[in-house]
Write a protein that binds this ligand. Structure first.
Ligand code: FFO
Ligand code: ATP
Length: 207
């Protein structure tokens, strides 16, 4: 039996969150080093300038090494910030060495909201997208807020006519977050690329 066809999105989310939370500190360190090796090539070849990424939480693949490497390369990094009044929406704020940080309602560190530090999402080259589980068709399931589904809806519309549409979403996940089959819902946005410590998946999405 496939490990998710009979499972609800909520059950799947719970199971895979537990799986990644159980990774040991040495496993996390190794995974984050391998992630940087995978990403560095991808970012340099494409002369990427502005990326959105995330600060790891809940056993997510650690992004700190990638962020510090980006700073050294002159790649500008942005983090998601929960929109203060537009429910379910994200803003992206510049993140640098001296950013003033605060914790959001989920306990995740984010830059303190300052309008001058916001980048319109359409000016980003890549949105590195956190996820809880993914399948081999590019479907993803996140933490359940619909934040990235909303953020990526415009990209998905553009992708229908232009497969190189930006900002290109790229999922980041541990290998253990891969499942057979994600139960999808109408609003779910699939990812054209997912990077794990050991694999780089690209998907040609049905339009
Ligand atoms: N590192 C990281 N940052 C991120 C995300 C993410 O997935 N990873 N997000 C991606 O969307 C947004 C935050 N979304 C989140 C949605 C739900 C929960 C969460 O822990 N929910 C609790 C219960 C909700 C509550 O306390 O009100 C839970 O499920 O246990 C966390 C983050 C923006 N920042
Ligand atoms: N584009 C959208 N417009 C309006 N509502 C949406 C949109 N995308 C998602 N939602 C709503 O958001 C809620 C959460 O969606 P879902 O459980 O798929 O989130 P998720 O993919 O796990 O989270 P995330 O995208 O934050 O990582 C759902 O109730 C859904 O109706």
């Amino acid at each position: 039996m496939s490990n998710s066809t009979l499972i609800s999105p909520n059950q799947l989310r719970k199971t895979i969150r537990q799986r990644r939370q159980q990774l040991t500190a040495p496993e996390q360190v190794k995974a984050s080093q391998l992630l940087l090796e995978q990403l560095a090539q991808r970012l340099l070849i494409n002369k990427v300038k502005n990326i959105a990424i995330y600060l790891s939480n809940d056993g997510e693949l650690e992004t700190e090494l990638v962020i510090k490497w980006c700073w050294k390369q002159g790649i500008t990094t942005y983090l998601p910030v929960i929109h203060p009044f537009s429910k379910g929406h994200l803003l992206f704020l510049h993140y640098h060495q001296d950013s003033v940080m605060q914790t959001n309602k989920y306990g995740i560190l984010e830059p303190k909201l300052n309008i001058q530090n916001i980048i319109p999402a359409q000016n980003l080259d890549i949105i590195f997208t956190p996820l809880v589980a993914f399948d081999t068709k590019g479907n993803r399931i996140g933490m359940g807020g619909g934040f990235y589904d909303r953020t990526l809806a415009k990209w998905y519309q553009d992708y229908r006519t232009n497969p190189h549409a930006t900002p290109r979403p790229i999922g980041i996940a541990h290998d253990c977050q891969k499942v057979e089959d994600i139960p999808t819902q109408s609003w779910d946005i699939p990812l054209p690329e997912i990077i794990t410590p050991t694999q780089h998946f690209t998907f040609s999405l049905h339009k």
